[in-house]
Design a protein around this ligand. Structure first.
Ligand code: HEM
Length: 468
């Protein structure tokens, strides 16, 4: 007679052994590392030369989970979209712990203030910029844009070349500052004041990443611009406090955040909000314009759609924006092609990804820039093709589309950003014909934080459109 019980025990132990062995080999397996040959510095020098391309080169060499040792920091990249939930959803990683030191270095927000206020700030801002709250902000923004587009139309000389990125900055910086902090909070109306602001903000933004890592002695120009901006932010705080309305609906965006912040850090949080509101949305608006103006077929379709939606010169409201879905697809496509190089989370407990144990202290990171070039997700990924968004439902963000980050601390400004870029480019395409005399500029691959900046000026000639 067959001893069934023994057979059962035997099979069970084989299975258990197999699974235990398999797990044992993989769990705790050493992460494919790339540390270069210099102690502590690791691959910092090679990485620093072109961090964006370096990430992809190492993915090809080491696989979809790998660690780069960069100047004392261990950055572990996960490249398979199936693994993104480890970065965005796991309780073993922390968003605040990945940003509190950089935020302290660049904006001077103390650790204590950051830990006490950060989540409240995030949630309040998210609430204010949520889709359901955007209608009045949208109307206000339209009035601002209308004013500046009117000025530009009057002064533009169709024979004269001008820098397209400079034009985008001049309209958007001024309008967004007004919306977030109130009229006159940072003086930018007069040309000389604007140029001062632009110069300091661009220096601050360009060297933002160095500011998070290098001692001030190596980045004196950046430190001077930060100081200049902080002084303006002191003024923002003072004006916003003095003019604080009683009703929340009458407050500007920063006035709604002010009561949350401790006295000593108000200007610092204001600087951080200012940077977050301008740093990505403005270059992305620029890129969308360049992609569309360079593609006559797309431009024709966009202009027909916008001309129909804006017939009789009606103002742009949320509902009018919804009549321009193709233009919004162009915005999504522009964001796809110029997405941040890296989004990190600090590992606080060992976390197993594809069988590898990522230890506490590592920065578990994803690269939106490279996900958006994954041919399994986007056919012919380098092509600007708004039609790939035809099945997308506005108001939703696809799971693999992560330029705004993900999880609990996903960008709280994402709906405002989409709305402002959509409105801005629609008004631009409606108002001007634009010829890019040297084509689309190259973009800078030196930075991982945020959207890429153009490497050269973008000379254009602008001609006000005559619409029949
Ligand atoms: C298309 C433009 C924008 C892009 C691509 C973008 C992208 C991002 C990303 C990737 C993050 C980090 C999220 C994460 O780690 O999961 C972030 C955070 C943030 N964004 Fe945006 N952003 C944009 C526009 C804006 C705008 C217009 C605002 C307006 C205030 C804003 C406010 C913020 C803030 C305050 C945070 C930090 C959140 C926190 O500390 O909890 N962003 N953004």
């Amino acid at each position: 007679m067959i001893p069934w019980f023994h057979v059962f025990l035997f099979v069970l132990s084989v299975c258990l052994f197999y699974f235990a062995f398999r797990k044992g080999v993989r769990k705790g397996g050493r992460l494919p590392p790339y540390d270069g040959w210099i102690p502590w510095l690791g691959c910092a020098i090679k990485f620093g030369e072109n961090p964006i391309d370096f990430i992809e080169a190492k993915r090809r060499q080491l696989g979809s989970v790998f660690t780069l040792k960069v100047a004392g920091e261990h950055i572990t990249f996960v490249c398979d979209p199936e693994d993104f939930h480890y970065v965005f959803k796991s309780s073993k990683v922390s968003f605040p712990k990945s940003v509190q030191d950089p935020v302290n270095k660049v904006a001077g927000i103390t650790r204590k203030s950051f830990n006490e206020i950060h989540t409240k700030m995030h949630d309040t801002l998210k609430g204010q910029l949520a889709t359901t709250q955007l209608s009045s902000t949208c109307d206000l923004l339209f009035k601002k844009f209308e004013h500046f587009f009117g000025q530009l139309k009057e002064n533009v000389d169709p024979q004269q070349e001008t820098d397209l990125y400079g034009i985008v900055r001049s309209i958007m910086y001024r309008s967004v500052i007004h919306i977030f902090f109130g009229e006159g909070s940072i003086p930018v109306e007069k040309e000389e004041d604007f140029l001062d602001f632009e110069n300091h903000f661009m220096t601050f933004d360009e060297q933002f990443e160095y500011g998070t890592r290098l001692p001030v002695i190596f980045i004196r120009k950046w430190a001077a611009s930060r100081q200049w901006l902080l002084e303006k932010c002191e003024r923002v705080v003072s004006l916003c406090t003095k003019t604080m309305p009683k009703e929340p609906k009458d407050k500007n965006i920063f006035q709604n955040l002010l009561p949350l912040i401790d006295e000593d850090n108000k200007a610092n949080w204001s600087l951080l909000t200012l940077w977050a509101a301008l740093a990505n949305a403005i270059p992305l608006s620029f890129w969308v314009l360049t992609f569309v103006y360079q593609d006559k077929k797309v431009l024709g379709k966009v202009q027909r759609e916008i001309d129909a939606a804006l017939k009789d010169g009606r103002p742009i409201t949320e509902s009018v924006l919804s009549e321009m879905p193709y233009t919004l697809r162009c915005v999504m496509e522009g964001i796809r092609l110029r997405s941040p190089g890296m989004i990190p989370r600090r590992v606080v407990e060992p976390i197993v990804v594809k069988g590898y144990t990522v230890p506490p202290g590592h920065m578990l990171s994803v690269s939106p820039y490279w996900v958006n070039r994954n041919p399994d997700i986007y056919e012919d990924p380098e092509l600007f093709n708004p039609d790939r968004w035809s099945d997308w439902t506005p108001g939703s963000i696809p799971e693999t589309f992560i330029p705004f980050g993900g999880g609990r601390y996903m960008c709280p400004g994402r709906w405002f950003a989409l709305m402002e870029i959509h409105m801005f480019v629609a008004m631009f395409f409606h108002t001007f014909d634009c010829h890019l005399t040297k084509g689309i500029p190259d973009f800078c691959k030196l930075h991982l934080v945020g959207s890429q900046q153009p490497l050269q000026n973008c000379p254009v000639t602008l001609k006000p459109r005559v619409i029949n």
